[in-house]
Design a protein around this ligand. Sequence first.
Ligand code: HEC
Ligand code: HEC
Length: 265
Amino acid sequence: MFKTSQLKVRKQILTWVSLLIMAPSVFIASKEISQTLNEPLLFASEESVGPHGEAIFNEVAWQQQGRFDIWRMKQSHNGLHAKPQAWDQLAIIVDRENKTVSYHQLVADSTTALLTAPPDSLHPWPQKDYRVSCYSCHANGPRHLRPNWNSSELSLGWQSKLKVNWLNQKMQRYGRLKIIEHSPFTQSIERQRPLALTDPFASQPLLVKICQQCHSESGDRPRGPLQRQHLYTIQFMLKNKYMPPKGHSLSAQEKSQLENFMAGF
Ligand code: HEC
Ligand code: HEC
């Protein structure tokens, strides 16, 4: 009897001692994690590559301003050491309350760092014409980050994996977003290049049933219809088996429907 109660007390002391040791390290670790989540993440993209397979580098950061989520990206087509002005500066702004999204090509200058002072309506970011039509890859606002984890030029650790997961989950929670032209954080401009291609061929919808389960206006988890102009991204998703998501599979008929849709663009 005496022995077992002594053992119990010892066990309790051990538990308390280990809790006392662990608590500060858990606190420090969680602080570190939340800090790294707010820092920009630099990576070679798996999907975006140059015409000869050269790496395209993206630096992505997320900021919250009230009901707005501001996603910024710096992109280099000229390697990691390109001059600051040579990096494209892009922004996607999501209004979480009104479920809207807008796309912006920002003016890059020699001082533009990715995470500058947060923009506000008094100091909106200057912007310029789109370099490409954003909608042709961004069918529904921000895109999941997919780093090339095997890049020989830029290796990423476990913190980056954690961050990518966390940011991607944030994007996925938006659901269907309505695209608008302007945001309170950017100067208004007239653009020559359209946000989306509008000719009938490019805007032909993808009518494959399994894809429409999610890529449609309504349904369980709608995120907007896909069109032929999304072909490049559709091909990437199919080839790398990201779509259809795990747990869904394509019938032979749907496979040939997809092949027909993709032929000839
Ligand atoms: C050819 C396809 C393509 C086009 C066109 C494109 N993007 Fe992206 N963009 C991507 C992909 C893919 C990602 C995700 C990062 C990654 O994994 O490479 C991305 C990421 C981003 C991000 C970081 C937040 C997020 O969505 O993950 C911003 C901001 C962004 N793009 C803005 C723009 C803007 C603004 C335009 C139009 C001027 C544009 N993009 C045009 C493919 C494209
Ligand atoms: C169960 C729901 C679901 C089904 C079914 C589905 N998708 Fe997706 N799709 C998603 C989600 C969620 C994303 C955004 C996250 C991501 O990129 O993984 C996405 C992203 C995409 C994108 C990138 C553009 C965007 O909207 O962000 C393409 C292209 C795409 N899917 C193609 C397809 C194709 C082609 C099929 C049919 C073979 C398909 N998907 C089936 C849920 C689905």
